[in-house]
Design a protein around this ligand. Structure first.
Ligand code: AHR
Length: 492
């Protein structure tokens, strides 16, 4: 019998809702044919696909990152503003296509306003310059009688866009990046960009590039955090996991925990003795991604991937004191929870845990005690292959996030049962929290771990809502095999 014990006084910290952010990039059918389709009868007068907007709106994203991704390292923002017929069609070197620029800054801001989400722009520190980055801040946030602020006004936006989050480049240490850099060169350009961007608007929040496990040892972080201390508010951590072996796949979030540990350690070392505030961690790209390559990345997700996404969210909750901003990469068609055709859309399996957590987890993360049987595996991303496995990890079948609301009147237990075949009977002890007998249950499951959703079978994996009538200070619950269960308890 497994055990979960919760003590509402054992608090880890406050979960920042900004961890439920999203990301859209000029890549494949994410923008064109995804969120934006000027010729579609499903679109509004601005070209925004209404069905996609509705599915995204339901996720209540607190922020949305744009325009890349790898794309941004060759992007010049001025190509994407002003009259559409005058915008240049340009060769695009990140994904090897031609960019029409018909969707740009102002369209993105309008999209964010429709979603009621905070825009998060990433600047080009590949082929771009600090001056160009500062000009973009001026275009978006400037209120003076100055060139770029006036350009925005002339384009029909008299009020500033007030963009709060700005990424200082994307994955600049990656060899695949346009104009990739070593840590020293990156730090130099990022400091100068940060200075100029803040001279335009001192209130903005800046996200520096963290190291990538594929190419750089933690020395990247040591140098970048050291040199950008005081010039960035966050350092980014990008993590994609995935493996076609089920148990390796659902252990992916263990890898995320290890990377967060490395980040915290390197930030602590690099910041020792400095007066500048400690940068927080922005997991501003995270997801399961291992099946698709090339320039489309139309990953089809199964139930196991949904369990992995829930595991990522549990990790973020448990690390809420250091991970305070995150972006699911990406949102539509490209490694995404929403998948479109010209005729409609369906929700991929990973949509469901994201929505259930967003809707039903609370702000205070609790340090739950979990005693569950476990398995051993080496965590390895499908692409890295043999030789790049982690050491053997012990992975508990049950993975739990316990969260409490501010008045301590509502408690949510998000429980993943990673066991492929067996339900797990569990004793749950809630200490001083005496719940009402009736708990609400949101269960995400499907007939097999490899079952997917599709246009013809959109609900193979979905969320089932039910009631559980035997909640008490101590009670038993059986978590079904390969499931995510959110138990929502109200204080009696
Ligand atoms: O999200 C897809 C790509 O993954 C992004 O463009 C890049 O930043 C990362 O490598």
């Amino acid at each position: 019998m497994a055990r979960i014990k919760v003590d509402i006084d054992r608090r880890i910290g406050i979960i920042n809702p900004s961890i439920y952010g999203g990301f859209i990039e000029h890549l494949g059918r994410c923008i064109y044919g995804g969120i934006y389709d000027e010729s579609s009868p499903l679109s509004d007068e601005r070209g925004f696909r209404k069905d996609v907007l509705g599915a995204l709106k339901a996720l209540r994203l607190p922020n949305l990152r744009y325009p890349g991704g790898n794309f941004v390292s060759g992007y010049h923002w001025q190509d994407g503003v002003g009259p559409k017929e005058k915008r240049p069609r340009k060769m695009e070197f990140a994904w090897h296509t031609v960019e029409s620029n018909r969707f740009g800054t102002d369209e993105f801001i309008e999209y964010c306003r429709s979603l009621e989400t905070e825009p998060f722009l990433c600047v080009n520190l590949g082929s771009g310059t600090p001056e160009e980055a500062a000009a973009w801040v001026e275009y978006c946030n400037g209120t003076e009688d100055s060139h770029y602020a006036n350009m925005r006004k002339a384009n029909g936006y008299p009020e500033p866009h007030n963009v709060k989050y700005w990424g200082l480049g994307n994955e600049m240490g990656g060899y695949w990046q346009i104009c990739a850099k070593n840590a020293g060169d990156y730090a130099k350009i990022a400091v100068e960009a940060a200075k100029m961007m803040r001279w335009v608007d001192p209130t903005i929040k800046l996200i520096g590039c963290g190291f990538l496990e594929q190419v750089d040892p933690p020395s990247w972080n040591l140098e970048v955090v050291d040199k950008l201390a005081g010039f960035m508010d966050y350092i980014s951590l990008h993590i994609y996991t995935g493996n076609s072996d089920y148990y390796t796949n659902v252990a992916g979030p263990v890898r995320a925990q290890r990377l967060i540990d490395v980040f915290n350690a390197t930030i602590t070392i690099a910041m020792a003795g400095k007066k500048a505030p400690r940068p927080e961690i922005a997991m501003d790209e995270w997801n399961v991604w291992y099946k698709t390559f090339g320039s489309e990345l139309e990953e089809q997700y199964d139930l196991s991937d949904a369990l992995t996404v829930a595991g990522f969210l549990n990790v973020m909750h448990r690390n809420c004191t250091t991970v305070t901003l995150s972006n699911l990469a990406q949102m539509v068609n490209v490694i995404a929870p929403i998948f479109t055709s010209p005729e409609g859309l369906f929700l991929q399996t990973i949509y469901h845990p994201f929505k259930v957590y967003r809707d039903h987890c609370h702000r205070i993360a609790l340090d739950a005690f979990v005693d569950s049987s476990s398995y051993e595996t080496r965590v390895v991303h499908e692409w890295s292959g043999a030789g790049n496995e982690s050491p053997i990890e012990t992975v508990p079948y049950l993975d739990v996030s316990a969260t409490l609301n501010e008045h301590a009147t509502e408690l949510s237990l998000a429980v993943i049962n990673r066991h492929k075949d067996e339900p797990i009977e569990t004793e749950i002890h809630l200490g001083d929290f005496q719940p009402k007998r009736t708990a609400l249950v949101y269960e995400i499951n499907g007939s097999r771990v490899d079952v997917q959703n599709s246009f013809s079978e959109p609900d193979n994996v979905t969320t089932t809502e039910k009631r559980f009538e035997k909640a008490a200070g101590a009670f038993k619950y059986q978590f079904p095999a390969h499931s995510i269960t959110l138990l929502k308890l109200a204080r009696a």
